[in-house]
Design a protein around this ligand. Sequence first.
Ligand SMILES: Cc1ncc(COP(=O)(O)O)c(C=O)c1O
Length: 367
Amino acid sequence: MIPFSDPSASYQAHKSEIDQAVKRVLDSGWYVLGTEVDAFEEEFASFHGKDFHAVGVANGTDAVALCLRGLGLGTGDEVITPSHTAVATVAGIEQAGCTPVFADIEPNTRCLYPKSIEERVGTNTRAVMPVHIYGQPAEMHKVLKIAKAHNLAVVEDCSQAHGAEIDGQKVGTFADISAYSCYPTKNLGGTGDGGVILCRSKEFAEKIKSLRQYGWNEARESIIPGFNSRLDEMQAAILRVKLEHLADDNNKRRVIALRYNEGFKKLPITLPALKENELHAMHLYVIECDQRNELMEYLRSHQIGASLHYPKAVHQHSAYKNRIRGWDNLPVTHQFYQRNLTLPMFPELSDEKVDKIVSAVTSFFKY
Ligand SMILES: Cc1ncc(COP(=O)(O)O)c(C=O)c1O
C-alpha cells in the first residue's frame, strides 16, 4: 500500500543526521528542556525572521491552548475558527477554557471565509484562529483587517503549514502569535509529540515559558497557575535536523502536487489551488469529486492509501454536535465533507508512484 504520509521515509532520508542528533542527546544526560530545545527555539524563530521568538511545547494542542492562555483569554471568551480542521484546534481552544465559534470556509482555499468571520463576531468574541489547512495559507490580510475592525486577537494555527508563504512572508508571522504541531506526520515532524509557539514579543515568549512549566519563575516559584507542556531534548534535536531540510522538503511536496495537478487536469475533480503569489506547504494533497467513496475504494483496492481529512467536520463529531455556535450555518464545509479525498503526499514519494496513482485515478474515471 502506498501510504498517504510516511514519517519513516523522512527518517531514512535524513538518517545519519538524526542518528547523530539522538546520540548527542543520549550522551548528554539531559533529556527535557535543555540546550537542544534552546537551539531549536532560536533556529525556528530565525527561520521566520529576525524579530521573532519561539517556545517549544509538548504538542500542537497545547500550543493552541497556551497561545490563548498567554493572551489572558479564558472562560466566556469566544474564539472564531473553522469546523473544517483537526479536532485538535477546537480541543485546544476548549482546553484554554475559551468557547469556540464556527465560521464557514471559502471553497477555493478551504480556509476561513472572511465574510463568515464577520457574521459570527458577537459581544463575547475575543479572538479569531485561522487554520492554514493542508498547507494552504488562509487569507491573512483579510482576516487581520476584520480582526482590527472588531478588536480581536489573531492566533494562526500553522500546524499543517510550516514554511508556507504569502507574497514572500511566512505564515505564522501575520498574527502576533502562532501555534504549530510537530507531530511525526507534519511537514516539520519529530518522532514523538512536540509543538512550538512563535511570537513577536519577548515578554510573551517568557510568559509562555513560564506557563509551560507550572507557571514558574527563575526561582522555581509558581507565579501564575501553569501546566506541564515541556518539549523534550530528543524531539528538539530531531526537529533541528528536520528544520534544515524543511524548505527543500516542502519544495519536493509542491513538485509532486504539480505532477498530480497536471495528470488530473482533464478529470472531473477539483484540485488544490496553487497560487502564484503563495508557497503552499502541501502538507496534504486533497482533491474533491462527486464519486469520492467509490474512488477511495477503487484506489485502496489498487494498493493506494487514499484517505479522508477528515471523515467529519468537527461539529459533526458527537463530542461537539449542536453545541458550538455557528454549527448550523456552514454550507461550504458541509459540501466539502461529501467530496474530499486525500491522496498520498510526502517528500520522498517517487515519480513512479505518483504516475501509478495518476493512472489509477484516470482509469477509475475512464471505466
Ligand atoms: C490544524 C491542527 N491544529 C492542531 C493540531 C494539534 O497538534 P497535536 O496533535 O500535536 O496536538 C493538529 C495536529 O493534528 C492540526 O492538524
